[in-house]
Write a protein that binds this ligand. Structure first.
Ligand SMILES: Nc1ncnc2c1ncn2[C@@H]1O[C@H](COP(=O)(O)OP(=O)(O)O)[C@@H](O)[C@H]1O
Ligand SMILES: [Mg+2]
Length: 230
């Protein structure tokens, strides 16, 4: 099976108040194209840091992060941004929509960046898929948390990413809204054939993926296939 993501001997050190903080220690794993993976672990175990390195949002202090065969540590900031736009979707716990743009405009941003055609029609189609066609001209503040996260799902899928990272996508949502967002996430994912990597505390959500990587104190403590996937 082909790997979309290959992490080898990755370490991350933050400089904090003049001290070195080693938050990721010798991380190794590969993720197969089109698979679904959960990353779980207690708060502060460096899940967000790890996801940021995998997605090219941040750089490892040492080691290799290879996304679709491209070694990210060899790239500068602009080159990494181009790789992200080409291959990566990202969903944040706190949505991170641009507050000055409407729902429609937020979904259009990645499409504009890559110079796609029929941008508006594509964005409207995605908003329709997440059930928000009638909210396209609303600004983020005019939307509920669940609606904002559905806009961010539409945005994350808009550039047809090869791999999609979601960092506690339901962490700020109530149980009922979470269930709707997760169902949408897996449905959109099935349609698009995207590789999905989800950081979550929700064991039910983790169980819906085909593999769970557990981290603790910045190191992998287990990595198991569930033998079951959506
Ligand atoms: N920019 C930063 N500078 C210094 N320390 C950081 C920075 N970002 C995160 N950390 C530290 O790295 C550790 C892991 O954080 P994080 O990746 O956010 O964990 P998690 O997502 O698992 O809760 C924490 O101890 C946190 O304080
Ligand atoms: Mg986190």
């Amino acid at each position: 099976m082909e790997s979309i993501l290959n992490i080898r001997n990755v370490n991350k050190i933050y400089q904090s108040a003049g001290r070195e903080l080693n938050v990721l220690n010798n991380i190794n794993f590969a993720i197969e194209s089109a698979s679904t993976v959960a990353i779980t672990g207690p708060s502060g175990s460096s899940k967000t840091t790890l996801l940021g390195l995998c997605a090219g949002l941040d750089r490892a202090s040492s080691g290799t992060v290879e996304l679709n065969g491209i070694a990210l540590e060899k790239l500068n900031e602009d080159e990494r941004a181009a790789v992200r736009n080409q291959y990566v979707g990202f969903i944040f716990q706190n949505f991170q929509l641009l507050p000055t743009l409407t729902a429609l405009e937020n979904v259009m941003v990645p499409l504009e960046l890559r110079g796609a055609k029929n941008i508006k029609a594509q964005a409207l189609d995605l908003l329709d898929k997440v059930g928000l066609a009638d909210r396209s001209h609303h600004y983020p503040v005019q939307l509920s948390g669940g609606e904002q996260q559905r806009v961010s799902l539409a945005r994350a899928f808009s550039n047809q990413p090869a791999i999609l990272f979601a960092d506690e996508p339901t962490g700020n949502l109530d149980a009922e809204t979470s269930e709707k967002v997760i169902k949408l996430l897996f449905d959109l994912n099935k349609d698009a054939g995207t590789t999905l990597v989800i950081v979550t505390h929700d064991l039910e959500l983790a169980a819906r993926t085909s593999r769970t990587i557990k981290i603790k104190g910045g190191a992998i403590i287990s990595d198991e296939n569930q033998g079951y996937a959506e």
